[in-house]
Design a protein around this ligand. Structure first.
Ligand code: NAD
Length: 260
């Protein structure tokens, strides 16, 4: 059969990243999981993924706020599997504050983890993918890569940046067999979103149920959260041969948010 493809997914110990890792593993990809921690749970997660799907999986700790760590993660993944076919830039953090009170260190961390890490991993991945003559780069942006919301200046700026980076990389790689696309999810009920609920409750002076329906899902016309399984399905499609002419796109999966 076809040799297993190798995929690295940044920030993949929970939420969307883990969902994408599961979907790729279910499709026969070998997987490198990543976060900034290095616990026995992290490594156990990789072993479970391998056992569940009959693929190889490894956990590699690397802090996506550190440019060298980003680049090393990619090189380690390529070394481990003898090449790299798929890079998914998913690591991301959030912080809510009015722009005049936005903590400088939070701004810097969000720009580093949500935007600059993708520049570094992409730069490191390109030589490996060029050598193979094919590759798939998928950046997890956000509906906030295409639209703005108050109190999220760093996040919105970083995600718009990811959309721009995606287009530029796609153009540079257009004749190489490597595609680069962004996915723009609406709200997905992951730990990242769970953590925003208390802040949003405070900012809007609402209870949980009201803030979820009236604030968080107010702009998501379906009034339903997107699921990590649905996002995994889109990643699997983008990694397939059917998507070889899709490059430079920013694909919303957002319950209709960006139709508005
Ligand atoms: P999450 O908090 O559940 O997972 C984030 C992952 O990134 C975790 O594995 C975490 O350990 C890792 N991470 C955080 N900081 C890191 C660092 N410095 N180095 C390495 N790894 C780090 O979040 P999520 O909701 O699954 O979000 C994943 C991505 O999807 C993010 O880029 C986020 O902006 C984007 N996104 C999320 C939603 C949503 O509604 N949840 C919507 C649109 C876009």
């Amino acid at each position: 059969g076809k040799q297993n493809r190798a995929a690295v997914i940044t920030g993949s110990t929970s939420g969307i990243g883990l969902g994408i890792a599961e979907a790729l593993a279910a499709n026969g990809c070998n997987i490198v999981l990543n976060s900034f921690t290095d616990s026995s749970e992290d490594h156990a997660l990789a072993r479970k993924l391998a056992d569940d799907h009959g693929v190889e999986a490894a956990y590699v700790s690397a802090d996506m706020s550190d440019p060298n760590a980003c680049r090393k993660l990619v090189d380690k993944a390529a070394q481990h599997f003898g090449g790299l076919d798929i890079l998914v830039n998913n690591a991301g953090i959030q912080h809510l504050a009015p722009v005049e009170d936005f903590p400088i260190e939070k701004w810097n961390a969000i720009l580093a983890i949500n935007l600059s890490s993708s520049f570094h991993t992409i730069a490191a991945a390109i030589p490996h993918m060029k050598k193979a003559g094919h590759g798939r780069i998928i950046n997890i942006a956000s509906a906030h890569g295409l639209r703005a919301s108050p109190f999220k200046s760093a996040y919105v700026a970083a995600k718009h940046g990811v959309v721009g980076l995606t287009k530029t990389v796609a153009l540079e790689l257009a004749e190489t067999g490597i595609t680069c696309n962004a996915i723009c999810p609406g709200y997905v009920l992951t730990p990242l979103v769970e953590e925003q609920i208390p802040d949003q409750m405070k900012l809007h002076d609402m209870d949980r149920e009201t803030v979820v329906r009236e604030v968080m899902l107010a702009r998501q016309p379906t009034r339903e959260f997107v699921t990590v399984e649905e996002l995994g399905g889109l990643v699997v499609f983008l990694c397939s041969d059917h998507a070889s002419q899709m490059t430079g796109t920013s694909l919303p999966m957002d319950g209709g948010w960006t139709a508005q």
